[in-house]
Design a protein around this ligand. Structure first.
Ligand SMILES: *[C@@H]1O[C@H](CO)[C@@H](O)[C@H](O)[C@H]1NC(C)=O
Ligand SMILES: *[C@@H]1O[C@H](CO)[C@@H](O)[C@H](O)[C@H]1NC(C)=O
Length: 360
């Protein structure tokens, strides 16, 4: 894991969630003492923890201002979302707008229901007898948490996550698949919402990406087409295809259907509104209000639990387990827990599954 960071991070300075380097210290430990200190003292420990280097006094002062406003936002998010913990994350020197621009990247214009309108929705499946909790990580279907960097490529990570899972289910083999191939080569547009096109670090959609993969022939592995976090020239090589996509389907909006499809088909690509994620540290996020439209982030649904622990009495929420692409130092080792059964943050509106055929 340390080697992963050392080799991986320098490449990533520029994409959908970029932090340039990481400490080995857990942010949770530092946080307890932090809240009794002045914003500037907290900012200084943030700088040390995340190895920030602001070039000028003006930049320092500006980032301190942003950081201080984020402390207020975290406190506000904490009040609105009492079953999760909100606090200082690696993204605390970015304004909300900068964060959205740099670390999200789902190219959805605001038109609910229209997206992928030509696509087939999966048939309803029997939801009886589902396990009380389920986690694809335990079955070996999920690769390590990755890092999109300062690049709006979340859609590519969501896509590879779903394809990695489907390939594992088809073959029993787990591969790291290439986000960079999608970032560089996929410019597919939605058949109905024609201005929703995949555009590298500028955003994209998972369903467009499946269409691209079906047309192009398939997806390379990370090791033959590694991540750089910058959009570049397409270097896709058909001879290096590792996985082919056979088809894909939308999943119905009902959360029980989503759970059943997750168990049946593997990890699912999912879109949500990331409003509470910039300040998220852990616990089950269940905000009192979270927009159900304005889906702006692509992630991977990998499991669900029956009762998420929370020190607050409001706690004990059934939750979803969501793999993010902001590195392991964000959230719960890179994961987000979102409460289940409330269509929270629109998580039920853009879920999809993919099937693969194995190359070889
Ligand atoms: C995926 O890549 C990471 C980082 O290089 C590595 O640690 C991990 O073992 C790989 N996983 C698989 C299944 O190849
Ligand atoms: C999708 O692809 C899988 C794997 O090849 C296949 O088993 C399934 O029947 C296909 N579904 C449809 C609707 O074509």
């Amino acid at each position: 894991m340390e080697t992963l960071l050392k080799t991986f991070v320098p490449l990533l300075l520029v994409s959908c969630s970029a932090v340039t380097s990481y400490p080995s210290v857990s942010p949770h430990i530092a946080r307890v003492t932090d809240r009794f200190r002045s914003p500037e003292r907290q900012f200084q420990s943030f700088i040390r923890r995340y190895n920030r280097d602001y070039r000028t006094a003006e930049e320092y002062a500006h980032r301190l201002g942003v950081f201080t406003r984020n402390l207020a936002r975290a406190a506000e998010n904490q009040m609105l979302d009492p079953t999760a913990k909100h606090g200082i994350t690696p993204f605390f020197d970015l304004s909300e707008e900068e964060f959205e621009r740099s670390y999200l990247g789902l190219a959805v214009q605001d038109k609910e229901g229209m997206l992928g309108a030509e696509m087939r929705t999966a048939e309803e499946v029997d939801v009886r007898g589902l396990p009380a909790s389920f986690d694809w990580r335990e079955k070996g279907a999920v690769t390590d948490v990755k890092m999109q960097g300062v690049c709006g490529s979340c859609w590519a990570f969501s896509t590879t996550g779903a394809v990695e899972g489907a390939h594992f289910i088809a073959t029993g083999k787990l591969l790291n698949l290439s986000e960079q191939q999608l970032v560089d080569c996929d410019h597919t547009c939605d058949a109905v919402a024609k201005e929703d096109c995949n555009n590298g670090c500028g955003g994209g959609l998972m369903t467009n990406a499946y269409n691209y993969l079906m047309k192009s022939g398939g997806l390379e592995e990370e090791k033959t087409y590694p991540y750089t976090g910058k959009q570049g020239e397409c270097k896709f090589d058909k001879d290096k295809i590792a996985v082919r996509v056979a088809n894909f389907t939308k999943i119905p909006f009902d959360e029980k259907q989503i759970a059943a499809n997750l168990v049946m088909r593997g990890p699912l690509a999912m879109g949500l509104n990331a409003a509470f994620m910039q300040t998220y540290i852990g616990g089950v996020s269940c905000p009192l209000i979270c927009p159900k439209i304005f889906i702006n982030h692509g992630v991977l649904l990998v499991g669900y639990g029956a009762k998420g622990f929370s020190i607050l009495r409001l706690g004990y929420q059934p939750y979803w387990i969501v793999k993010n692409s902001w590195g392991k130092h964000w959230g719960e080792d890179g994961y987000y827990k979102l409460c289940r059964g409330h269509k929270m943050c629109g998580m039920n509106t853009m879920v999809s599954a993919v099937s693969t055929t194995w190359e070889g």
